[in-house]
Design a protein around this ligand. Structure first.
Ligand code: GLC
Length: 584
């Protein structure tokens, strides 16, 4: 295991500067410097012309990751599935979704990726199985041990009237978590879709089964796992009702209740720890020192999220730029202070010696460019990429892809299809799952089929990889350059200092003795501002040179120019990466 250095905090206070400088955990293992790239398989690249993405499609595009500087790809569920929830509803954990290819295709993809020096992480989805999984089919027939793999309840009688055991609601807004099965005269529990049946994590047989699943994929040489929905594994055994939240929503809406009984239960944590130990034991049993990592997905308040670090998790996803702590609250990214606050919240709360994580987008929520506007997107990416730790990126965000408008008829997300033609757009996840925009040919180069599974964003004629690679300045090129700076010693080992400047700029400085510093400045507002870095950062050289700039503010014409640190003018929404002058 790695000898992680301690992460600690120095409070440097001087007459004019009230800066907090954080020392970073110096990376010693490959995953700690990762840009981890989420590939939405269905929409990434179609190899056989059926209008849906597949594993061979990904294999044909591996050069893209090398070109961008991405070191690790994350594949969402690749397993056999009825596709009710885009593959998160798994009917066989050890078989490949036939829409995506075969197990041989998967092996070939992993081998090809490894040859190029890329790591491959897969989704592990242990909260539930599909209702079509063989275990559940047998459970419904009352066959043990499978019946006890799930959470059942006989319900409660009020006189002659049988009702659910409590008021718990599922996260997909279908209403109760309890679904009646006539054959068993009992309800089963589902925290997500009614077709995603919760496993009973109080049953040790379930742990054994799922460890076997991990082993199966470890044998296929994966480099780690993204672990799905960690706050939901165990529910309170008292079955107490949940209390009413302060949200003004319909009574079947998930946010109607405070999820004190169904989320973030203490029993969840040791479960993940056991998987990590299983993975470590596997490595030892193979007599090699291959390093794998795990990371976890959970939208919860910061204390619950940070606790994962103490239970074998290499890092929990930092989803605070997407939701404000709990999943019920949208992240507020309106001001520079909001952004600054989220950075500092993570750094202040992360335990010693751990690796940070930053996420701007994923397959569950609106694209970052849509949420904050394209003008701010470059700067935001530069800032997260130059913070210490792992950056987790959603495919297409490197191009400035935006959400696609889809009509009710075009909508396929089950989550939205269970609503109405007036409300679907509030919850549909299709708008950010549309095909990747490779070029300006048929279906944006995603497929030879002109009617892909979801329509292509009409902006593909200008927003696409080929065009952005040809342009002198583009979102893609900026991201590529920012990723390249992660190979510097100052990025790996330098301190990090995040500042709120003039109430409208977020400033980040990475510094290390003997190395040229990296400074990122992002002006979050639509007004010009001049900043004096001396008021905010200690130890910067007098002059800095402009290395990367956003593509809209006009700053890109000034690449290579030298700036005095005491007077840097940032146009509206302008963002810059500046380097010490000798390294520019
Ligand atoms: C996670 C996935 C989401 C899925 C849910 C249920 O939150 O990211 O897409 O619907 O788990 O598996």
């Amino acid at each position: 295991m790695s000898a992680l250095r301690l992460f600690y905090l120095i409070l440097a206070v001087s007459a004019s500067i009230h800066a907090i400088t954080y020392n970073v955990t110096v990376p010693t293992e490959w995953w700690q410097t990762n840009v981890m790239y989420e590939i939405w398989i269905e929409s990434f690249k179609d190899s056989d012309g059926n209008g849906k993405g597949d594993l061979n499609g990904i294999k044909s595009k591996l050069d893209h990751f090398v070109d961008m500087g991405v070191t690790c790809i994350w594949l969402p569920p690749i397993y056999e599935t009825p596709m009710v929830d885009s593959g998160y509803d798994i009917s066989n954990f050890i078989a490949v979704n036939s829409l995506y290819g075969t197990l041989d295709d998967f092996d070939a993809l992993v081998t090809a990726a490894h040859k190029l020096g890329l790591k491959v992480i897969i989704d592990f989805v242990p909260n539930h199985t599909s209702d079509e999984h063989e275990w559940f089919v047998k459970a419904k027939q009352g066959i043990e041990p499978y019946y006890s793999y799930y959470v059942w309840n006989k319900g409660v009688y009020y006189g002659d009237y049988l009702s659910y055991p409590n008021n718990w609601l599922d996260a997909f807004n279908d209403g109760t978590v309890w679904e009646w099965v006539d054959e068993r005269e009992a309800y089963y529990l589902h925290q997500f879709s009614v077709h995603e049946v919760d496993l009973n994590w109080r049953n040790p047989f379930v742990m054994t089964e799922m460890k076997n699943v991990l082993t199966f994929w470890l044998d296929r040489n994966v480099d780690g796992f993204r672990i799905d929905a960690v706050p939901y594994y165990v529910e309170s055994s008292t079955l107490e009702n949940e209390t009413r939240s302060d949200k003004d929503v319909d009574s079947t809406n998930y946010f109607y209740l405070n999820h004190t009984q169904t989320k973030d239960q203490p029993e969840n944590y040791p479960i993940v720890q056991e998987w990590k130990e299983h993975i470590n034991n596997y490595t030892v049993s193979k007599g090699n020192d291959k390093v794998r990592f795990i990371c976890t997905e959970g939208y919860s308040d910061i204390d619950y999220v940070m606790k994962w670090y103490d239970y074998g998790d290499d890092f929990p996803f930092n989803l605070n730029f997407i939701r404000d702590g709990d999943i019920a609250n949208e992240a507020v990214l309106d001001t520079a202070e909001d952004i600054y606050g989220i950075y500092v919240k993570w750094l202040d709360n992360m335990p010693s010696g751990k690796t940070a994580n930053w996420v701007l987008g994923n397959h569950d929520f609106s694209r970052i460019a849509t949420r904050i506007g394209l003008y701010r997107t470059d700067g935001f990416h530069m800032s997260v990429l130059l913070m210490p730790g792992v950056f987790t990126m959603f495919n297409g965000d490197e191009l400035g892809m935006t959400d696609t408008y889809l009509t009710w008829e075009e909508t396929i997300d089950h989550f939205a299809c269970s609503t109405t033609n007036t409300t679907y757009s509030l919850i549909s996840r299709d708008p950010w799952r549309t095909p990747y925009q490779w070029d300006n040919t048929t279906s944006a180069g995603f497929s030879t089929n002109s009617t892909p599974f979801l329509k292509v964003n009409p902006n593909y004629l200008t927003v696409n990889l080929a065009t952005e690679k040809e342009a002198d300045f583009s979102h893609y090129k900026n991201i590529q350059q920012a990723i390249a700076l992660r190979n510097t010693t100052v990025w790996r080992e330098g301190t990090v200092d995040v500042e709120l400047i003039e109430d409208q700029v977020v400033g980040i400085a990475r510094q290390l003795d003997g190395e040229e510093p990296i400074v990122v400045l992002i002006n979050w507002e639509n007004s010009t501002v001049t900043v004096d870095l001396d008021n905010y950062f200690d130890g910067l050289p007098d002059e800095l040179s402009l290395k990367i700039a956003d593509i809209y503010s006009g700053l890109s014409a000034k690449i290579g120019d030298t700036y005095s640190k005491s007077s840097i003018e940032l146009p509206e929404y302008g963002s810059m990466v500046l380097l010490g002058t000798t390294s520019a």
